[in-house]
Design a protein around this ligand. Structure first.
Ligand code: GAP
Length: 456
């Protein structure tokens, strides 16, 4: 297989250059591992989230949506186990003041180095002086109320999942659903990660796309298999190359105390194989815990059979930012075109931030006017862009770099016969299409099956 052009440095540079993603608070020197999404980044990540919603809501009828608050009652985190157990053991170096995860030191993890002597591991340099490991809670703590001393402690949610469990009864009452059914949610989560890094792969503030699927206990193993297959397939349907994806079942010693099965969808990022999404069989742990801590019975009563039970939960938990990074890495390519090199994002058309760009060949002879007319006709239906400035080659490159699948060029012939050329991003094929058919032509092409041209 040809070597992949995508490296983390190149993806980061492209994202900054083309306004997808910037380091946050840059004018103040940055703030560790937080990122701001620019115009094309917002469009791309929104498309990723919309595709997730589509697969959860529009394509099925057994899942409902939720948007719960980020700040929740502090008891939620006692019940969930996050207050006591959501910790990482940390080791400090008294000399260089760096902090390391004890498990990373134990594993001699890839990339781990003594900051003063990078050829050595922390603790193995001549001056290293490491403290014993200490537990460090990953939740961000804040105070609710105007005065810090008298206000009550609250936490920024470290996962969206608990917001779903605590609303189980509300949803059950209004939705008239019965197990098996799911509740889906997309939103920000916060973790005071000890070792954030690798761009948007691991950050302290990130977006999750989580769904809790409530099932009769006996059906949990079957639904666990179903959701593993469905989530693995979702990434492939959106164009990720199959050879870059794998499903890794956790060993028994990796499982959380409540889980009877967890598998990770892994992607071969430029940093190596890493978790993209986790699918867990959480049993009845969460509903039982919240029943105990809140006093509110979270169970299902099946009127016809008179059966009462606490549903088991299958949870596919994905990261919107991490998925965006995987789609970027899978799409990034560099090629020679007519003696010139181009960088191109070969994104699935459904994910591409802009679907079509309209480009007048020259800024005269009625071409800009016709281009504006066509743009006005497209933009209500498709995310479109009008680009009038610079040589046509430069404008094609600009669109290639953000992954625009189609460029429509208005030229001198267009003024005579109202036809335009439609250039396809991956094959570079050009077709002449009548202005009146343009929207229909593009819509049909955008909806057609697609596979990554990087597969050859
Ligand atoms: N409710 C289960 C849960 O939160 P998780 O494996 O901790 O499970 C699910 O998180 C997904 O959220 C991960 O697979 C990853 O895609 C994303 N994620 C977790 N921590 C992240 C971080 N610090 N930065 C970016 N994404 C993260």
């Amino acid at each position: 297989m040809e070597e992949d052009a995508a490296t983390m440095d190149k993806i980061v540079a492209l994202c900054k250059r083309r306004g997808l993603i910037f380091a946050s608070s840059e004018i103040y020197g940055g703030v560790g591992s937080t990122y701001d999404y620019g115009h094309y980044g917002v469009l791309l990540k929104t498309n990723v989230k919309n595709e997730w919603w589509r697969s959860m809501l529009s394509e099925r009828d057994d899942i409902v949506a939720l948007d719960s608050a980020i700040l929740q009652h502090p008891r939620v985190w006692e019940a969930s186990g996050h207050l006591a157990g959501f910790t990482d053991p940390l080791v400090d170096c008294r000399v260089c003041k760096s902090r390391f995860r004890a498990d990373h030191l134990e594993e001699r993890a890839v990339g781990l180095a003594c900051p003063k002597k990078p050829s050595k591991l922390p603790g193995e340099g001549p001056d290293c002086d490491l403290t014993p490991a200490r537990e460090f809670n990953l939740m961000f703590k804040t105070t609710v109320g105007p005065v810090e001393e008298t206000g009550s402690v609250a936490y920024l949610r470290p996962e969206t999942a608990q917001g779903i469990f605590i609303n189980f009864k509300n949803v059950l009452q209004f939705s008239r659903k019965k197990p098996p059914f799911g509740i889906a949610q997309v939103g920000k989560s916060f973790r005071n990660e000890i070792a954030p890094g690798n761009f948007i792969f691991r950050t302290r503030e990130f977006e999750q796309m989580e769904m809790e699927f409530f099932v009769p206990p006996a059906d949990a193993p079957r639904w666990y298999e179903t959701w593993k297959a469905e989530r693995f397939d979702w990434y492939q349907r959106l164009g990720i190359r199959p050879g870059k994806l794998r499903l890794r079942e956790h060993d028994a010693d990796e499982l959380s105390h409540y889980s009877s099965g967890t598998a990770d969808v892994e992607y071969e990022f430029p940093i190596g194989w890493s978790e993209l999404e986790g699918i867990a069989n959480r049993g009845n742990f969460d509903l039982t815990q919240h029943t105990e801590f809140s006093g509110e019975k979270l169970e299902y009563f099946d009127q016809p059979t008179g059966e009462r039970y606490v549903p088991h939960v299958i949870e596919p938990a994905a990261g919107a930012d991490r998925a965006t990074l995987a789609f970027l890495a899978d799409a990034y390519d560099e090629e020679e075109v007519e003696g010139e090199s181009r960088t191109v994002l070969k994104l699935h058309p459904r994910l591409a931030p802009v679907k079509v760009a309209v480009l007048p060949l020259v800024r005269k002879d009625g071409q800009p006017e016709l281009a504006r007319e066509l743009f006005a006709g497209l933009r209500g239906t498709l995310q479109a862009e009008l680009d009038e400035g610079g040589s046509i080659g430069k404008r094609y490159r600009r669109q290639d770099e953000i992954g625009t699948p189609y460029c429509v060029t208005v030229d001198h012939q267009s003024i005579e016969d109202r036809t335009v050329t439609v250039r396809e991003r991956d094959s570079l094929a050009q077709e002449r299409v009548g202005a009146g058919e343009l929207l229909g032509h593009l819509a049909a092409r955008l909806a057609a099956p697609w596979k990554s041209p990087k597969l050859g």
